[in-house]
Ligand binder design. Structure first.
Ligand SMILES: CCCCCCCC(=O)SCCNC(=O)CCNC(=O)[C@H](O)C(C)(C)COP(=O)(O)OP(=O)(O)OC[C@H]1O[C@@H](n2cnc3c(N)ncnc32)[C@H](O)[C@@H]1OP(=O)(O)O
Length: 136
């Protein structure tokens, strides 16, 4: 697939992890064991219903740690082709959560990934599976 060359290397404006995006989440990623990990503490501007983090942003965190795993480990861009998320518990505004993404299997250019959002007490707030396609 042809990608627009003008934006090809502009990851610093990624909404989730870009350092230069003024309205981005500025997630800091690290590879810990077999996972890509990021911590996030939602603020009031990240809420849905009063006091709860927005589910779309929880999805963004999960998408990012899964995609970033491929980027950091394989040094290649992977595009989310499909993602399924189960929201198990609300994430509260002000509560620090841990997001983890890892690879489960691969078939050609397609990677099957798993993501989890952990609360401090060790319970899972949300989990995801995704199919991610490596760029040609
Ligand atoms: C460091 C920063 C990390 C950032 C992480 C964030 C990740 C993101 O959010 S990416 C943004 C959101 N995603 C996108 O914009 C992707 C939009 N979609 C696309 O670009 C394309 O559809 C794309 C790349 C997924 C696949 O296109 P393309 O590379 O042309 O592959 P395509 O020819 O459609 O399919 C190739 C094969 O894979 C299969 N395939 C495609 N999608 C799927 C899927 N979801 N599940 C199973 N198989 C699939 C096809 O059936 C095909 O198989 P076959 O060759 O046997 O017919």
């Amino acid at each position: 697939m042809e990608r627009d060359q003008r934006v090809k290397n502009d990851n610093s404006w990624c909404f989730a992890c870009g350092e230069e995006n003024p309205i981005g989440l500025k997630l800091k990623m690290s590879i810990q064991g077999e996972c890509c990990t990021a911590y996030f503490t939602p603020q009031k501007e990240h809420q849905s219903y009063d006091g709860n983090m927005h589910g779309g942003l929880i999805s963004t965190l999960l998408d990012e740690v899964m995609g970033n795993y491929v980027y950091q480990v394989e040094h290649r861009k992977a595009y989310t082709a499909k993602i399924e998320i189960r929201f198990r518990q609300p994430v509260l505004i002000g509560e620090t959560i841990k997001a983890e993404g890892k690879a489960v299997s691969q078939h050609g250019r397609l990677r099957t990934m798993e993501g989890k959002i952990w609360k401090k007490d060790g319970t899972i707030a949300a989990e995801a599976t995704a199919s991610m396609m490596l760029e040609t």
